[in-house]
Design a protein around this ligand. Structure first.
Ligand code: PMP
Length: 450
């Protein structure tokens, strides 16, 4: 394992754990266990692996750690909260921090999305939002509105709701007989033939939003509850919405009384150079799902931001005692809430969303300098997120992407590979020199892997 190592001692600073029992998520387990990548500490822009090597974090963990690693403000808030009160029941009971956090989030969320429902993950946020859409229509006297529309290549987590509206076939195929009924998918907006190497929003593809009108004609608006999309598809490889596309989805959904849900689990909290993608691209949906950077990834937490109309309608629905039969043991968990409040203070004090916007053009130029390297067929970017798409190798889809990811890690940089797309999403504290380092790592890896 240490043959490639350049920046560490090459000696294990800790012994390997017993690897036999942990069934790892979304990981080729057998392959990993013969070639493990284990991280043991993190500070600022860097992880340290089990051999003592420093690894530049070009992915904010898994799109989570927007304030960088090892933030003392967060760890102090967490430790203080555990000492003061580790847990409080979340049903029929409350605690002040969850209310305080919901208030802070409502100040950050787009105008009109002022109600917050807490979850523990992006998947839970998505399933919560889908259930809320059904609750709203039922309470509003439109119980026939039960269909959902997602989008090809959309990633909305791994709940049955999320994989049903999601459009990544690998996540769905084993469960295809058990998916939600009544779900359609809009076409994805990836169009390398027309949009390759666009900077920011691609110019072509607005017409793909018109498929929504066709689906509405097919099924009848009175049967459709909601449309859910990631404003920018993250997991499928940083696919940006064509210019005007999100606005058009908003117009069509509004015209037909269909709710629009933006899944901002990745784009939320500064990633695209504004608090939310809906702010960046000036389109306000009816709900926003979030998680990850809400608390810098410190403790599992997610949230759904909901319009007052949806909230108020559910309050006056046919179920008299409880308006929305849904919730989690850990909704608004006091320790998670403390970590999120500390995180939001960092974002505000250090103006990190503005920082991401300010670095956008430097980052854009840096990543687009990879154009011309072997097999690079597209580069997409906005804010502090980019996708570098490579042609698949003869050895199969995803092999080249994996080899680049592995090469980068062995030489000291963590990037993310989805099939043959390399995604970059550094913490928003990144320095220009570190952006250069990332690009150099990828250049070396592409040249080495071929
Ligand atoms: N939605 C989107 C857009 C995501 O990117 C993700 C996770 N990558 C999820 C939902 C699911 O989040 P989690 O893994 O926290 O359940």
């Amino acid at each position: 394992m240490s043959e490639y190592k350049q920046n560490g001692t090459g000696d294990s600073s800790q012994t390997l754990p017993n690897m036999a029992h942990f069934w790892m998520p979304f990981t080729a387990n057998k392959q990993f266990k013969t070639n493990p990548r284990l991280l043991v500490s993190a500070q600022g822009m860097y992880y340290t692996d089990i051999e003592g090597n420093k690894v530049l974090d070009a992915t904010a963990g898994l799109w989570c750690c927007n304030a960088g690693h090892g933030r003392q403000e967060i760890s102090q808030a967490v430790s203080q909260q555990i000492s003061q009160m580790d847990y409080a029941p979340s049903f029929q009971m409350g605690h002040p921090l969850a209310f305080e956090l919901a208030h802070k989030l409502s100040q950050l969320s787009p105008d009109g999305l002022d109600k917050v429902f807490f979850t523990n993950s992006g998947s839970e946020s998505v399933d919560t939002a889908l259930k809320m859409a059904l609750c709203y229509h039922r309470a509003n006297g439109q119980a026939t509105r039960t269909r959902f529309i997602g989008r090809e290549l959309g990633y909305h987590g791994v709940g049955f709701g999320g994989i049903s509206v999601g459009g990544i076939s690998n996540n769905r195929k084993t469960f295809s007989q058990q998916l939600l009924q009544g779900v359609d998918h809009l076409p994805h907006t990836l169009d390398i033939a027309n949009n390759a190497f666009s900077h920011g929003l691609p110019p072509h593809g607005l017409d793909k939003a018109e498929v929504l009108e066709q689906l509405i004609t097919l099924h009848g608006a009175e049967n459709i509850a909601a449309v859910i999309v990631e404003p920018m598809s993250g997991s499928a490889g940083v696919i940006l919405p064509p210019d005007g596309y999100l606005t058009r989805l908003r117009e069509i959904t509004q015209k037909h009384g269909i709710l629009l849900i933006f899944d901002e689990v990745i784009t939320g909290f500064g990633r695209v150079g504004a608090a939310f993608a809906s702010e960046r691209w000036q389109v306000t949906p009816d709900m926003i799902t979030t998680a990850k950077a809400i608390n810098n990834g410190a403790i599992p937490m997610g949230a759904v931001f909901v319009s007052n109309t949806i909230h108020d309608t559910c309050m006056h629905g046919p179920d008299e005692l409880i308006e929305f039969f849904h919730g989690y043991t850990y909704s608004g968990h006091p320790v998670a809430a403390a970590s999120a409040l500390a995180t939001l203070s960092i974002y505000e004090d250090e103006q990190l969303f503005e920082r991401a916007k300010g670095l956008e053009s430097y980052f854009e130029q840096a990543v687009h300098s990879l154009k011309g390297l072997p097999n690079v067929i597209d580069i997409r970017n906005t804010g502090l997120v980019a996708g570098i798409q490579l042609a698949p190798s003869d050895k199969g889809v995803g092999k080249r992407g994996y080899d680049i990811f592995d090469h980068c890690f062995r030489h000291g940089a963590l990037v993310r590979a989805t099939a043959d797309i390399i995604a970059l999403s550094p913490p928003l504290i990144v320095e220009k020199s570190q952006i250069d380092d990332m690009v150099n790592h990828i250049t070396d890896a592409i040249n080495a892997v071929g």
